[in-house]
Design a protein around this ligand. Structure first.
Ligand SMILES: CC(C)[C@H](C(=O)O)[C@@H](O)C(=O)O
Ligand code: SF4
Length: 759
């Protein structure tokens, strides 16, 4: 309107506003999802849910599936089918289940003989499936990777995967805006991985809790797309819901000619014009601002068992004696013991047994180039240190193909590296690639939790260049001894494309954009009670509370990877806190709190540490708590995905102040019952101790009290979703009807086994 000043908005605000299907008074929003990536670990129960309810996938044309976590990375020369190639029965069952599901529901799928197969977060960008201005989800926490394109991209649990499959929407609450600016010039040898490790070391793994981070400043502007992806990938390790970078020329150059990006000509021009509006306005409000000087960053790696345990390569292993806070000191002592490290040891004096170069953080072509450069710099004839096994696992079949076209495989193989097929590999060891107990690994992945790469394995996170240097010397090594200069700027990998657009209809002239506003359709919750659901209501839970004093309880700790291979949601009680509850040597029960009476019957868990449920999006974590009998978790703060996952299962996460948590922790330690009353919003205590009030979002409270499930509620909004989709087709036509099958909107693409892909 003339004369009216618009409120400045952030990049996140703008994309959010453009995806609102319906907004309720309490802020709960039905958000449209443009892109859904699916993998074998977090989808079987979701497809089963659809099947049981007789539902179909709403937008197969916006859904892309692949297998990545369970696949072996050995040669596929003798591959005939998944059923006889994957030896481990549970891994095989998950991959077979996905193949069956994509056939049944008509989804596009990159299987193991398709050279486009790879880690879900590598293949989306590679294909141009990931686009600026979109909302992107996947049952995987590192979906944050895709925010590098200026998208709202975040991980979800399996119940939400089912929700998106059925409705192409999600019920969400908006996060806070956080901006991290890194300005200046990076010193030589410092890469994007060093930058994000430095950031996490600075703000901590809970630093971004409740926020979406926008990465700003000259350093990110100068980064390639691949470097931006490595940074956004690890936003989840900083506790954030998502990370993003505003799209710019570098983004557009990367996307041009990708198979699923808008085709050149009018469609592209229109998309690009919209993408150019996706920047934070001057004066837009950020709830949290962090500023970092590029010059302060030097090659960085981790020493401990949390991604925040960072240290410059020139530093030493921390000494717990210098830590005054007793909880922090205890946690450092525990990490050092697990990592087998002595305080004050120089990082460069630590020897490694394994090197893992790959993962969704650093399994892209530029990562391989950067590692190859170090290998070459080591001189002719130089090879991997004796007794070190160094593996290179390209993030996708196309990355592998590109690397081979550039001769990188030859450089690696000649130096004694193990050149593998694409997959998640040793990033989390759901497949045969695992560390043995006590083995130490220089890894380019994103998580160094206890047991992450194999039970008893020890992980040091670092950049590809640093990992390559460690492979050559057999020790953690300052890569600057080999070369100078950042490896992270410059152009992105060219992609060989035969005829990328022959599956698309000729571009159409789209109608003018339509402004979107939250609809005034009555609140979902008002209509909710008529919708059938299988979620048990939560009203009052009374019983024993188990005390836990651990910071940053991650979902790998709540339920380790070996239990993620189930096709069911139940039977996971024994898996809960498995590594803490079972002695690794004898297999017998430890004295961990949940093994002791009366806590083996606990219905409530009281944790005094911040950031409960951080890390992976595995809904298996709340499933296992639920199976054990725990219906309510009380903590000073929760990771977003975990919190949502609990409520999807009729469980209640309660956030209280650290002092209140401590009081309830003391009650629990005395073996006293607690009574959690969601109707009255209070926790009643024994021995006449004063009740503690708590808060709950009104919509979520209503759903929990009535045992309502989100899908049923959202389906009530069918008309609003359809109206949104009509507007979407007019405003952003390039988001519809793309596909791998000629003729526009895809029907279904065949699940290929042996046949070569013709593209
Ligand atoms: C399996 C999946 C749920 C998990 C995640 O969400 O991150 C995995 O990718 C991981 O890295 O731990
Ligand atoms: S973090 Fe590791 S396991 Fe998870 S998606 Fe990325 S590569 Fe796969």
């Amino acid at each position: 309107m003339p004369g009216t000043l618009k409120t400045p908005r952030t990049l996140y605000d703008k994309i959010w506003d453009d995806h609102v299907v319906d907004a309720q008074a309490d802020g709960t929003t039905l958000l449209y999802i443009d892109r859904h990536l699916v993998h074998e670990v977090t989808s079987p129960q979701a497809f089963e849910g659809l099947r049981n309810a007789g539902r179909s996938v709403r937008r197969p044309d916006c859904t892309l599936a692949t297998v990545d976590h369970n696949v072996p990375t050995i040669s596929r020369k003798n591959f005939t089918n998944v059923g006889n190639f994957i030896e481990e029965p549970d891994s095989r069952a998950q991959c077979v289940a996905l193949e069956d599901n994509v056939k049944e529901f008509g989804l596009t799928y990159f299987g193991m003989t398709d050279r486009r197969q790879g880690i879900v977060h590598i293949i989306g960008p590679e294909q141009g499936f990931t686009l600026p201005g979109t909302t992107i989800v996947c049952g995987d926490s590192h979906t944050s990777t895709h925010g590098a394109f200026g998208a709202i991209a975040f991980g979800i649990g399996t119940s939400e995967v089912e929700h998106v499959l059925a409705t192409q929407t999600l019920l969400q609450r908006k996060s806070k805006n956080m901006r991290i600016s890194v300005d200046g010039t990076l010193p030589e040898g410092v890469t994007s991985k060093d930058v994000i490790l430095h950031i996490i070391g600075t703000i901590g793994t809970a630093g971004g809790t409740g926020c979406v981070i926008e990465y700003a400043g000259s350093v990110f502007r100068g980064f390639s797309m691949e470097a931006r992806m490595s940074v956004c990938n690890m936003s989840i390790e900083a506790g954030a819901r998502a990370g993003m970078v505003a799209p710019d020329e570098i983004t557009f150059a990367y996307l041009r000619n990708r198979p699923l990006a808008p085709p050149p000509g009018e469609a592209w021009d229109r998309a690009e014009a919209y993408w150019r509006t996706l920047v934070s306005d001057e004066g837009a409000k950020f709830d949290v601002e962090v500023k970092i000087r590029a010059e302060d960053i030097i090659p960085t790696l981790t020493w401990g068992t949390s991604p925040q345990d960072t240290v410059p390569i020139t530093g030493v292993v921390p000494d717990p004696q210098n830590i005054t806070d007793p909880t922090k000191r205890a946690s450092v002592e525990r990490s050092l013991k697990y990592m087998g490290l002595t305080p004050n040891t120089r990082m460069e004096d630590i020897t490694v047994d394994k090197v893992f170069l790959g993962s969704c953080t650093n399994g892209r072509i530029e990562d391989l180039r950067s590692a190859a450069k170090v290998v070459l710099a080591a001189g002719p004839g130089a090879s991997v240190a004796p007794d070190v096994h160094a593996m290179i696992v390209p993030g996708s079949g196309l990355v592998k193909q590109q690397a081979e076209a550039e001769g990188l495989d030859v450089i690696f193989k000649r130096a004694g590296f193990d050149w593998r097929e694409a997959g998640c590999s040793m990033c989390l060891g759901m497949n045969p690639d695992q560390l043995k107990p006590g083995q130490r690994c220089a890894s380019t992945s994103n998580r160094n939790f206890e047991g992450r790469q194999g039970a008893g394995g020890r992980t040091h996170l670092m950049s590809p260049a640093m990992a390559a240097a460690a492979a050559m010397t057999g020790k953690l090594t300052d890569v600057r001894k080999y070369l100078g200069g950042s490896q992270t700027t410059g152009g992105s990998a060219p992609l060989k494309i035969t005829s990328p657009y022959d599956y698309l209809d000729p571009p159409q002239v789209p109608p003018a954009p339509v402004a979107l506003a939250p609809s005034d359709i009555p609140s979902i919750a008002d209509q909710a009670t008529s919708v059938p659901s299988s979620i048990p209501p939560f009203r009052i839970v009374k019983g024993i509370a188990a005390p836990l004093a651990i910071e940053n309880v991650d979902t790998d700790m709540i339920i380790p990877k070996q239990f993620l291979k189930t096709l069911k949601r139940t039977g996971l009680a024994n898996a809960l806190f498995y590594t803490l509850r079972k002695d690794p040597h004898t297999g017998k029960d430890t004295d961990f709190v949940l093994n002791r009476q009366p806590y083996d019957k606990a219905k409530i868990l009281v944790c005094t540490g911040q950031n409960f449920g951080c890390g992976s999006s595995r809904e298996h974590a709340p499933w296992s708590l639920n199976d054990f009998g725990i219906r309510c978790i009380i903590a000073p703060s929760f990771a977003e995905i975990f919190k949502t996952n609990t409520m999807q299962n009729g469980m209640l996460p309660i956030t209280l102040s650290p002092e209140e948590c401590k009081e309830l922790f003391n009650d629990a330690s005395e073996g006293l019952d607690l009574e959690v009353d969601l109707e009255k919003l209070e926790i009643r205590r024994e021995k006449g101790r004063p009740s503690i009030p708590f808060e709950a979002e009104s919509f979520r409270r209503h759903c929990l009290l009535n045992g309502l499930d989100d899908i049923g509620l959202t389906l009530v909004k069918g008309d609003a979703i359809q109206t949104f989709e009509e507007r979407r087709s007019e405003t952003w036509p390039w988001l519809d009807g793309f596909g791998y099958v000629k003729g526009g909107r895809i029907q279904a693409s065949a699940v290929r086994t042996k046949k070569k892909i013709d593209w």
